[in-house]
Write a protein that binds this ligand. Sequence first.
Ligand SMILES: Cc1cc2nc3c(=O)[nH]c(=O)nc-3n(C[C@H](O)[C@H](O)[C@H](O)COP(=O)(O)OP(=O)(O)OC[C@H]3O[C@@H](n4cnc5c(N)ncnc54)[C@H](O)[C@@H]3O)c2cc1C
Length: 247
Amino acid sequence: MSSIDYDKTFDATLVKKDQITHDTYLFGFQSEVDIQLEPAEHFQILMKDSDGIDINRNYTPILSQQRYFEVPIKIYPLGSLTPILAKLSINSKLQMQRKIGKLAYMGANKFIIAPKINKQFQVFKTMLMICGGTGITPAFSIIKHVCQKKDPLHMHLLYANKTSQDILLKDQLTKFQNECPNLKVTHILDKEPGYKGLQGYVTLDVLKQVFPSPNNDTIGTFCGPTAMNKVVAELYKNYNIQTVVKF
Ligand SMILES: Cc1cc2nc3c(=O)[nH]c(=O)nc-3n(C[C@H](O)[C@H](O)[C@H](O)COP(=O)(O)OP(=O)(O)OC[C@H]3O[C@@H](n4cnc5c(N)ncnc54)[C@H](O)[C@@H]3O)c2cc1C
């Protein structure tokens, strides 16, 4: 069975809602069509607020199996959509769309940058990932795919959070790192005095400390809160990486 086209609307039922950190739930959805998302692909939840205004938000599953997918979603108490999601009961139905992202990982070290307008793939040997908070989800889905398929892609993840309580998917990342010799995970925390690992914000010195020197075979990627994304885009420039993509 082929999977649903991009931008086509489909219905999905909430079948799982597990709290995984103080502010994040792992949501599991059963869809009425085969959505079969590729690594780093995302979908959009389409809702209306109490005034009938559209609130559409994007989410990147960390597990996608034909008609079932799971995604960690952080709840913002003052946000528009996530407080509604937090209150949803099991068996609630939602409207969604499969979306095309800014980067597609095709397997075997092949990437398509801007797949909406570009069909040519590029091959990279090394992938750098700088993620903040829930921005881990697209990187996680690529890491999982590469480790499971044993693709020869060297992956370096720098994962920034406020405290160790905020780190998502920590056990799974540790497991992948133990099983996958091509993966190096470094955590950095900015609000945990006494933390034995890296502390503070991501800086050029941090990049030099945790990443290999870049060359033409390196792709730099990032995904995090807006303020962090601005800083990281500038840092990658100063780190002289030719190819940089924000998920
Ligand atoms: C491609 C993509 C993939 C994503 N994947 C995931 C994922 O897997 N998991 C995940 O949890 N998120 C993901 N996101 C983020 C997600 O799409 C939403 O942005 C997030 O869930 C917040 O939605 P919200 O409507 O609850 O909050 P919003 O209403 O968008 O608000 C977000 C925050 O901004 C604050 N805010 C809103 N308006 C203002 C204002 N005017 N001034 C100051 N502060 C304001 C809110 O209080 C809240 O803290 C992804 C985003 C993209 C683009």
